[in-house]
Design a protein around this ligand. Structure first.
Ligand code: ADP
Ligand code: MG
Length: 377
């Protein structure tokens, strides 16, 4: 990384920072409803080498993009002024300055092993690596939750993507061998032991390699519908609808909002149940919760698609303990919890099912709960 930075910018970087992608075990589409989630960090990371500049400019370069360097004037940054990938790192500097932090220019070189656009949150990994780098370059001393808020604001306002807080919190706060229980309202969090290897388990990430065009519009539409349902129910957010009172609450709502509320309420309950099973030392018992979560995303929230549904059903039929789509939906990745001994056959079965259905071969990778973002050189 240091050499690559020097080749692009002509000077050595001041340091190198890494931030991981994530998969969410359970708690999908809950963060923007002030609810709970349970992500793990992936071994895949986005790495940023960076150095200060004293002329108020930022220069951005990514190994995943063509060779050009994007050069921007810090003072001129405003939402809508930067398009393409540069909006994510530039947005982080903009968000820091907007909140009154004394941040000057920077040279930034990016390289990543997080597949881009696969639902594994390469966008948050990029933002968080840049946020950490700039925090340290300019001695801001911000904590992980503050940096996550800055990164989320960069994505929401500067890049124009209305994501919740989970991806950035996961990238910055996860630790190895644990899942991160997260309360999106209070940002309270706890590391829940998730010792896959010790229990003879593996987590497969199945990248379906499809992302349907519906994804962006449908995500915003679901958000707006959830906000409307909360308003009709007289609660601050759907997180405040108790599981016991759900049936009565649903009766007050128009038909089209009912399944959405049911998903959010039952999904929050699934996070709580998943944490209690992990606390009980039985990671395999997570399996049925994953599959139930997928059914809810497919039938109630309606954000799955034929490819993710097929990956889940083929994995479960081949002996996975449980499987579900992860991320916003309409493609992207599926996770499957499997016994060590069945990892290979489940992967092959999913690929075979995709071949038979005429879909592109998915990428299947075994992952383990990895550490969060930090300085690496
Ligand atoms: P996901 O976060 O699921 O991977 P998104 O659509 O949210 O998918 O974010 C992908 C976008 O993030 C890319 O289109 C690109 O603009 C930006 N991005 C992520 N990683 C990189 C990278 N290594 N280099 C350049 N841009 C990146
Ligand atoms: Mg993203």
């Amino acid at each position: 990384m240091k050499n690559a930075f020097q080749q692009v910018f002509g000077t050595p970087p001041a340091g190198v920072w890494a931030a991981p992608g994530r998969v969410n075990l359970i708690g999908e589409h809950t963060d923007y409803n002030d609810g709970f989630a349970l992500p793990i960090a992936l071994p895949h990371t986005t790495v940023v080498a960076a150095g200060r500049r004293s002329d108020g400019r930022i220069r951005l370069h990514s190994a995943q993009r063509d060779g050009t360097v994007t050069e921007l004037e810090l003072a001129g940054l405003a939402p809508g002024t930067v398009s393409g990938w540069a909006a994510y790192p530039a947005g982080v500097l903009w968000a820091l300055r907007e909140q009154g932090h004394a941040v000057g220019g920077a040279d930034v070189h990016v390289d990543s092993t997080v597949p881009v656009g696969a639902g594994l949150s390469s966008s948050a990994a990029l933002e968080c690596a840049v946020a950490l780098a700039v925090d340290e370059l300019y001695g801001l001393g911000l904590g992980a939750a503050e940096l996550a808020g800055i990164a989320q604001r960069a994505e929401n306002v500067f890049a124009g993507v209305p994501c919740g807080s989970m991806d950035q919190m996961a990238s910055l706060c996860c630790t190895a061998d644990a899942a991160l229980w997260l309360d999106a309202r209070t940002l309270a969090r706890r590391q829940v032991p998730f010792p896959l290897e010790d229990q003879g388990l593996r987590l497969l990430v199945i990248d379906t390699r499809v992302q349907h065009d519906l994804a962006d519009g449908a995500y915003s539409a679901r958000r707006v519908a959830c906000e409307r349902a909360a308003e009709l129910l007289g609660v601050r957010a759907l997180r405040d609808v108790p599981a016991e009172g759900m049936t009565t609450a649903l009766e007050c709502l128009p038909d089209e909002l009912r399944p959405l509320v049911r998903h959010v309420v039952t999904e929050n309950a699934r996070v709580t149940e998943a944490v209690s099973r992990l606390d009980g030392g039985d990671a395999a018992a997570l399996g049925p919760i994953l599959t139930a979560g997928h059914a809810s995303l497919r039938d109630d929230y309606r954000v799955s698609c034929p490819e993710t549904d097929l990956a889940v059903s083929a994995a479960v039929e081949a002996g996975a303990l449980g499987a579900r789509m992860t991320g916003g939906g309409f493609g992207g990745s599926v996770i499957a919890l499997v016994r060590d001994t069945e990892a290979k056959s489940v992967g092959e079965a999913v690929k075979g099912a995709f071949g038979a259905a005429g879909h592109r071969t998915p990428a299947v990778t075994a992952v383990w709960p990895s550490g969060g973002a930090g300085r690496i050189a």
